[in-house]
Design a protein around this ligand. Structure first.
Ligand code: GLU
Length: 513
């Protein structure tokens, strides 16, 4: 009889679930290799919490010789935006999180949910055939009325037990209403009992005891598209995912997901639920979730716009993920991040505090360890996209710009003056514009004795020999102000070498009072 029902629901020819299992066989990977995924919805907004999860997933796959893939969860067309996929890819790019498979290719695709309709239908059909799913004809108004009644009765809201009106509908009525073309959703006939508990081992939180899920959730919406619950179970199974890393907002429905895997006769993956990123609320002084609506820094684009290097963002996120990361970093400053022995077990089940000041500190250190060539290439690439005028200045003379970036770089104590590329213009302004500082007698005096060819020691010796009654520090200070317009600068001799003799002399003699 259920077959008659499924013939009315699924009118197009479909593969069987078994055929699909054979088409997407278990992956041939070494023992213990993790298959992980990033499964965002293309809403046009990439939350830092999302990329945090993606970084964990990427790391797990890389560490184990596994696969990390991207799946676009675009079944909610109301939330989708036109360039949603582009925002996702640029978010991953901002952290240099590489994909092994995804929208650009792979053996387990398609990787976009809206292109997998027949696949979901094949599995849904199996459930209908087994009496585990049924059509629900309740209208939005009826469902609202149900919730209102549940509210006044003080019971759990949702479609379950005696509230699930269509669950017990006689088959002839189902058939009649389907044949009449009534709108319906397909619901799970949940075997769950909320009084019973299941035990799940979360890789971050450890052993969890959760009530069984007893709601008859929607599997296929009225337009035939699957819900997240159903689609991701089918996908994670067919894409042979071994580890699901996702936000802990999904813990509440985890029992449902495990139930669905069971009903589809598939093995559930391992789960790691990440707590949301937090921030200190300026008004209350308390901790709260980093909010997409309130906090600009919740968006990955906030950081790309300002030019934080991807290595710095990754490094900072690792400090949030594993508390032993910083100690490791201090001991091994030159190791690639991939060498860090990341562990899910060391992740906290309470949300990490997202701290912009700390990010800046990390980023300054990361930039200070780059070579001048790296700084030039990254600053130029950022400027080309975000500050064309700066790009033009840098590109005009790559050798000059690289020499400028080389000052106070390398060695034991490199200068840490920039956290992001949007600070280049200000930090290096006097390499491109005449400083507006007032001239001085000292500068004038120094112009007369300045020898551009002096090596650093000779340069300093000449200043000492010439400063007379003025303290060396003050003498150098006056020269610095005349040449750079600032009281603080990187190594003055090196700055003058890069500026060139003509510029130095011009600045020393300019603006005489
Ligand atoms: N599309 C879901 C989201 O964006 C994915 C959750 C998951 O990773 O399973 O929240």
């Amino acid at each position: 009889m259920s077959n008659q029902l499924s013939a009315l629901i699924f009118t197009q020819p479909l593969a069987t679930a078994a055929e699909l299992q054979a088409k997407y066989p278990p992956r041939e990977l070494p023992e213990g290799a993790a298959v992980t995924r990033f499964a965002p919805s293309p809403t046009g907004f990439m939350h830092m919490g999302n990329v945090l999860g993606a970084l964990v997933s990427r790391t797990l796959a890389s560490q184990s010789g596994g696969v990390f893939y991207l799946r676009l969860e675009d079944t909610d067309k109301k939330r989708e935006v036109a360039d949603g996929a582009a925002a996702i890819l640029s978010g991953l790019h901002a952290l240099e999180i590489a994909l092994d498979e995804g929208v650009d290719g792979g053996e387990y695709g398609p990787y976009t949910q809206s292109q997998r309709r027949e696949i979901y239908h094949a599995f849904a059909k199996q459930l209908v055939d087994e009496g585990l799913a049924y059509p629900c004809f309740c209208t939005a108004e009826q469902l609202q009325q149900m919730r209102d009644e549940q509210e006044s009765a003080g019971v759990n809201k949702g479609y379950y037990g005696g509230w699930a009106k269509c669950r017990c509908m006689p088959q002839d009525e189902q058939v009649r209403r389907l044949q009449a073309g009534e709108s319906y959703t397909l619901r799970l006939r949940s075997p769950g009992d909320a009084a019973r508990k299941i035990t799940v081992n979360d890789l971050i939180r450890g052993k969890l005891e959760l009530p069984e899920y007893d709601m008859d959730v929607v599997l296929l919406k009225a337009d035939g598209m699957p819900t997240y619950h159903f689609a991701h179970v089918v996908d994670d199974h067919l894409m042979r995912t071994t580890h699901v890393v996702r936000g802990d907002e999904w813990l509440a429905t985890l029992p449902l997901h495990i139930q669905l895997f069971g009903l589809l006769k598939c093995k559930p993956p391992k789960y790691a639920h990440i707590a949301p990123l937090m921030k200190l609320d300026a008004e209350t002084g308390g901790k709260r979730k980093l909010s997409k609506r309130k906090d600009p820094e919740a968006a990955v684009s906030f950081f790309t716009a300002q030019g934080y290097p991807s290595a710095a963002l990754r490094e900072y996120l690792l400090t949030l993920l594993n508390s032993n990361f910083e100690e490791w970093r201090r001991a091994k400053p030159a190791e690639p991040l991939s060498a860090f022995p990341f562990s899910l077990k060391k992740m906290s089940s309470s949300g990490a505090l997202f701290d912009l000041q700390k990010l800046d500190d990390v980023s300054k250190t990361v930039i200070s360890r780059m070579t001048a060539e790296e700084v030039f290439a990254q600053a130029l690439a950022w400027a080309q996209a975000h500050e064309p005028e700066l790009a033009e200045l840098l590109a005009r003379d790559a050798g000059y710009a690289t020499a400028m970036f080389a000052i106070d770089r390398g060695g034991k104590k490199p200068r840490k003056d920039m956290a992001k590329w949007s600070q280049v213009r200000e930090a290096y302004a006097y390499f491109y514009e005449e400083p507006s500082g007032a001239g001085s007698e000292i500068a004038q005096n120094y112009a007369d004795i300045y020898v551009h060819g002096d090596e650093k020691e000779a340069w300093f010796a000449r200043i000492k020999a010439n400063c007379g009654d003025v303290a060396v520090k003050d003498y150098c200070g006056a020269v610095r102000v005349a040449v750079t317009g600032r009281e603080n600068s990187p190594d003055l001799w090196a700055v003058m070498q890069v500026l060139g003799e003509e510029t130095v002399k011009r600045r020393l003699t300019a603006n005489q009072s």
